[in-house]
Design a protein around this ligand. Structure first.
Ligand code: ZN
Length: 658
């Protein structure tokens, strides 16, 4: 679903100076339809059967908010059963229910379930079917599941079922664990209308001078909330998209008054489809189509193979198209994990700015997305209240923070592990055309990166807020091109005491040489001693905007010679955490000088590790008076790490022993 904060990108302007990005609240006009609390509790309806197929037959008129029709459901019994239930709002009236050609009884409950007494038993594992006839005025919950409206004074009807709206207009299952294997959609409408829906248009014919029948067939598994129809006086045109030596049709159903704009904007989907098709997995519904149907809601909805769209603006086109992979082919398995739909769709929109249009919008997209994420100090990507539709679709947390956590994950594991892991996630036979949870994504990225990401997801997905990294730096007064960087972190929310993440820092010389370091934060405070191939003169925190974090460059040498400072601002937070020390000579033969720069300590532990991380030498230095000589002549020649610690303070040094 595309709503809330959105990018409007003027793609006619392809140069940075013409960069024109605005954030707009698309859904404002629809706010009254957004009832805040849905009080949704899963009913468990349909738990004893597996839906194989629905045949929908609906009679609708966009000028009249009313539905009359039938749903035929083919299903497999998951246990011996003589009852079955559906999620269906009880304001809809059941006309009759037929099972094995006999009328059967039923009850409708205030919790919006329909329980059917089959009057005979179905054996576990058997296939059967049921026909349900109903009509009524659909209620209006969530974003408005069944809406009539007007465009240019012409009536239009559309449906929008995500998350809990399918029961407002047809008997369905609201759980997120049973996709319908295929559907046929028959819609009878007044003459002069077209009907947009899922899959392939199988037939369209006049029933008489006043009515027509439209039939759509969809042969891919589909989650119930993505079944949709839209009805008005559409005009259609097809955008042909060259794809891997083949052609994919993008079918556009637009208002007559929008046709010329739509024709002008429509080709913009071509590079986006080609990009997404190549990034992770081929377009999932290639045997059928992709398409857009215009509607009156302020954003978009990724109805499978036919997104419903406010317009064909680039950002909305990219977002809803990305959902065909993330949300449609692989659907979040619970609403806590909706970021698997929305975080990815938002991030893939960002990737169009990274990979297309010469990259000129990429930095601006990252900046604006970060500004949204960091504008408040609390809130997790994981949805903590799934009864609130507004929380599920929170643009800052579910969309923007979700997208930026993916970007941070990519930074942490590297491009190849990230893209390969997401590919494997989409192509996992257990998830493809099914449902996934955050753990499935974690498992796949862990496999390609060979990293344990438990802490990453604890910090960034479950945890709230963001870190602030205070970074101080100083050139060594003793060793050329050596720099010490100290980092301490604070967090905006108590749910995460500290973040475990490598932070990117760029060091530059006056002669134009530069490097980006990964400073691996595993605790609140770290000191890094780094030998560079050049003399650093300036420092930037996170120059490429990799992390949803704030940074401050601070001075930590309180009162020390300022010519050793490179990059600072007012602030002395880090002074207490500093272990100012220099170790020389390097390389060292017999006697190592550990120079605490005139500071005195009760006790310092000095530990020497080899390159496999094994401790090879340790010494307690007591009553340190500024400077210590340590005889290490017995240590074999090689490269070592020397770690000096005093309580919370520490400093690590690379050391070459001759
Ligand atoms: Zn979306």
């Amino acid at each position: 679903m595309g709503m809330g904060l959105f990018w409007a990108v003027a793609l006619s302007a392809q140069t940075p100076t013409d960069l024109h990005l605005t954030l707009q609240s698309i859904a404002n006009g629809e706010k009254q339809a957004h009832s805040g609390l849905e009080n949704f509790a899963p009913t468990g309806a349909g738990a004893n059967y597996d839906v194989k197929y629905h045949r929908f037959y609906w009679e609708v008129n966009p000028a009249i908010r009313y539905i009359k029709g039938s749903v035929t459901t083919y299903f497999k019994a998951l246990e011996n059963m003589d009852k079955m239930s559906f999620d269906l709002d009880n304001v809809l009236q059941i006309d009759s229910i037929k099972f094995r050609n006999r009328l059967v009884s039923y009850t409708q409950s205030p919790n919006k379930t329909l329980e059917v007494n089959l009057s005979s038993q179905i054996i576990n594992g058997n296939l059967d079917s049921i026909h349900l006839f109903y009509q009524g005025i659909p209620p209006s919950t969530g974003f408005g599941a069944f809406i009539t409206n007007r465009h240019n004074n012409v009536p239009i009807l559309w449906t929008l079922s995500e998350p809990y709206g399918s029961r407002d207009w047809w008997p369905s299952k609201l759980d997120l664990n049973d996709k319908v294997d295929s559907i046929d959609v028959f819609v009878k409408v007044p003459a002069g209308n077209k009907v947009a829906s899922n899959g392939i248009l199988a037939a369209e014919y006049a029933l008489d001078s006043a009515a027509k029948m439209v039939i759509w067939k969809h042969r891919y598994p589909i989650t119930p909330y993505l079944v949709a129809i839209a009805v008005t006086n559409y005009v259609e045109f097809t955008e042909k998209i060259p794809l891997r030596g083949d052609t994919l049709n993008c079918l556009n159903y637009v208002y007559p008054e929008y046709l010329s704009t739509a024709r002008q904007k429509s080709p913009e989907i071509i590079p986006i489809m080609q990009l997404f098709d190549s990034l992770f997995a081929p377009y999932p519904f290639k045997k059928e189509k992709y398409g857009h149907a215009q509607w009156g809601w302020g954003g978009g909805e990724e109805h499978q193979t036919m997104s419903f769209m406010a317009n064909l603006d680039q950002s909305l086109v990219a977002h809803e198209l990305a959902h065909q992979w993330f949300g449609d082919m692989v659907t979040c398995g619970n609403w806590q994990d909706i970021w698997l739909n929305e975080g990815f769709a938002t991030y893939l929109t960002g990737l169009t700015y990274e990979r297309l249009y010469n990259g000129v919008y990429w930095n601006a997209w990252k900046t604006a997305t970060l500004n949204s994420v960091l504008s408040q100090t609390a809130g997790s990507v994981r949805v903590d209240d799934t009864t609130s539709v507004n929380r599920i679709f929170d643009s800052r947390l579910t969309y923007n923070k979700g997208a930026y956590v993916l970007h941070a994950l990519r930074w942490k594991v590297g491009d190849s592990a990230f893209f390969a892991g997401v590919q494997n996630y989409l192509r996992d036979a257990r998830l493809m055309h099914g449902y996934a949870t955050t753990n499935d994504l974690k498992r796949h990225i862990e496999a390609t990166s060979r990293q344990d990401l438990t802490r990453f997801f604890a910090d960034w997905f479950y945890g709230q807020g963001y870190p602030t990294f205070n970074i101080g730096s100083c050139r060594s007064a003793f060793v050329a091109n050596r720099i010490q960087i100290v980092v301490n972190q604070s967090t905006s929310h108590g749910s995460v005491p500290n973040y475990e993440i490598p932070i990117p820092v760029r060091l530059k010389s006056q002669t134009g040489r530069d490097t980006v370091l990964r400073l691996n934060m595993t605790g609140t405070y770290h000191s890094f001693l780094i030998d560079l191939p050049f003399r650093a003169d300036s420092i930037w925190a996170d120059p490429n905007l990799q992390l949803p974090a704030k940074y401050r460059l601070v001075s930590y040498f309180n009162g020390s010679p300022t010519d050793n400072l490179i990059g600072y601002c007012v602030g002395t937070d880090d002074v207490a955490h500093l272990l100012p020390v220099s170790v020389y000579p390097n390389p060292v033969d017999k006697s190592l000088t550990i120079d605490f720069q005139s500071n005195n300590y009760q006790k310092i532990k000095a530990s020497v590790f080899n390159l496999t991380g094994s401790l090879v030498l340790q010494k307690d230095l007591t009553q340190v008076q500024g400077k210590v000589e340590w005889q290490i002549g017995t240590l074999p020649a090689g490269i070592y790490m020397l770690k000096l610690t005093d309580g919370n303070l520490s400093s690590t040094h690379k050391m070459i022993k001759l």
